[in-house]
Design a binder for this molecule. Sequence first.
Ligand code: FO1
Length: 313
Amino acid sequence: MYAVLAGGVGAARFLRGLTAIVPADEVVAIVNVGDDLERFGLRVCPDLDSITYWLSGTVHPEQQWGRADESHVVATELERFGHDPWFTLGDRDLGVHIHRSWRLGQGASLSQVAEEVRRAFGVEVRLIPATDDRAETRIVTQDGRDLHFQEYWVGERGAPPVAGVHLAGAADARPAPGVVEALLDADAIIIAPSNPVVSIDTILAIPGIAEALRTTPVPVVGVSPIIGGQVVRGMAHKLLPAVGAEVSAAGVAAHYGPEVLDGFVIDTADADAVDAIAALGIRCVATDTMMDDVEVAASLARTCLELAAELAG
Ligand code: FO1
């Protein structure tokens, strides 16, 4: 069994590669829920939904989030009442949010609903939210505002300079059922090339998860989300400095640290960082990490599993 700490798009691409080389039903993704938000009384889970849509082949190919063949009839009707369409919810996407919110209203847990949704989409990878409790990524801007992640990223296009990031509610949150067990029983644990601050740190901030990673005998291999010193997608380059981390492959390895990481896979463009990362006590390998297609993602996944096997040996 393979456990993958996952955010959104980068994790989805990696999981497509991993499930090309190992049986999908041997893969468990522990998914960030810090991006989640309530909209019109509905619970929206961007990272769980992005991975579900990617792995079921229903993701919007250009946006890389939301659904392909989407329409926005409901969103347009909502504008009739003066609702600002700052966060677009398509009609097909709303189907998931309505079902999820209805089930949560019946008392189901988020992990129970995540299991129903991924099965309904024919996704064989088990998707477990990092926590069933409320934990919300907040961005503190340098001008003193405390914004929900989506208000910062979508509402303000990620423009405001960032002073800090925190996961509101983390102190009272518990790992969802199956999370710690997966981290202790896996053959390998992979930290996907997701945003280190708002996708991975927000998983590690749930009490018990970072501790499980530090104490598990299972090898933990991370994948750098930085290629050639640049982020592949998103805003990690704006958030890493806010948490005191350098925007580089070595900076991310140091940010996770040798307590968590046993190995780190970086891109060949950053191969000059291999020695610096090894000096941290983290075994480092350079390979092609730009997952433009499933073949590269599969090759990257294979490199991760080979490194994990070497570390286990
Ligand atoms: N991203 C945008 O840039 N604009 C949107 O209106 C938007 C809506 C949206 C709705 C559902 C969903 O699951 C994701 C959505 N996203 C949107 C992407 C979202 O901000 C990101 O997927 C993650 O939260 C960050 O990786």
